[in-house]
Design a binder for this molecule. Structure first.
Ligand SMILES: [Zn+2]
Length: 88
């Protein structure tokens, strides 16, 4: 995974870039997962952002997907009822 900021020199990494444009570090030499985590002073394994994204936007088990869909259906129905009753 590519960090937003180079853990080696602190330069901004363009989205999708494989190598730091400033210092040339890459996954092999510079921003291994360990380097990235320690560079940001994050506790290990505390929060998996990729897993969070996958869970919230499209990933997850079929059961989780179904639950998420029903949650949205419920929200839409509630909004519809609200509009129906409050519409002048
Ligand atoms: Zn760099």
């Amino acid at each position: 995974m590519t960090p937003d900021i180079c853990p080696n020199c602190g330069a901004d990494i363009p989205p999708g870039a494989r190598v730091c444009p400033e210092c040339g570090s890459d996954e092999q030499t510079g921003w291994s997962e360990e380097a990235y985590a320690s560079g940001l002073d994050l506790p290990d394994e505390e929060f998996d952002y990729d897993e969070f994204l996958a869970r919230e936007f499209g990933g997850g088990t079929p059961k989780e997907k179904r639950a998420r869909r029903w949650r949205w259906v419920l929200v839409l129905v509630m909004l519809g009822l609200l509009l129906y009753y409050l519409w002048p």
